[in-house]
Design a protein. Structure first.
Length: 224
């Protein structure tokens, strides 16, 4: 029963892998920053916003530099969010973004209000990355704590470059690789499957009765 079970598992892997492309597009979405009125009476120290490294670009798979995400037409801009504050946790600090220079690519809209981290130590914005328009603009960023205190502004550059953009070209998705591996395993198992042997009546008798070779009747004695 092991071989049929193994084959069934491999077939299930093939089916699951080939359905990888059916995953729904999951956008992170913004997390709106809300000021806590109770903290405004006691907290008057603004957060500290250090210099911001260049943002990271992650293009959707439908673009020329696709990354194979669940959202084929959606690109993501990851902006480091490393502000600190004496009373507000890092994950609760808000960030307000305004355009300082350049032009936003089509489909990208900056949040109307301050937003908090929605990624790993970063604020992630998304846009339609299949338009073919180059990305090159600068944002002004202000950090805001829960009491509403605002930091001194900083700027962050958002620009295409080989070192700051996901540039995995169109290729076979990981699911299809799993499928081909499973198919190969099925073929190998089929080749290694031993042929079924035809038992003589003496061998059958030995199996059913548990007789040893010396106790089992011979072919000559049985014919006599």
């Amino acid at each position: 029963m092991k071989r049929p079970l193994t084959s069934a598992v491999l077939v299930a892997l093939v089916v699951a892998a080939t359905h990888t492309d059916a995953r729904a597009c999951k956008r992170l979405g913004p997390i709106t920053h809300e000021v806590d009125a109770a903290m405004q009476a006691t907290d008057h120290t603004p957060p500290t916003l250090p210099g911001i490294p260049r943002a990271q670009l992650h293009y959707g798979e439908g673009s020329q530099a696709g990354c194979g995400s669940d959202c084929p037409d959606v690109g993501f801009i990851s902006i480091p969010a490393d502000a600190t504050d004496d009373m507000t946790a890092a994950g609760k600090i808000g960030y307000r973004y305004t355009l300082a220079a350049g032009e936003l690519p089509p489909g990208l809209t900056l949040p109307a209000t301050a937003v908090e981290r929605n990624g790993s130590d970063a604020v992630v914005l998304d846009w339609d990355s299949t338009t073919g328009r180059p990305v090159d603009f600068t944002l002004q960023v202000v950090a805001i704590d829960l009491a509403g205190n605002e930091s001194a502004p900083q700027t962050v550059l958002v620009r295409d470059s080989s070192g700051n953009a996901c540039s995995v070209a169109h290729g076979r998705r990981p699911g299809y690789a799993v499928a081909w591996i499973a198919i190969g395993a099925l073929a190998l198992a089929a080749r290694r499957r031993p042929r079924r042997r035809t038992l003589t009546w003496i061998q059958c008798a030995r199996r059913w009765t548990g007789l040893s070779a010396s106790e089992a009747p011979s072919a000559s004695s049985s014919s006599a």
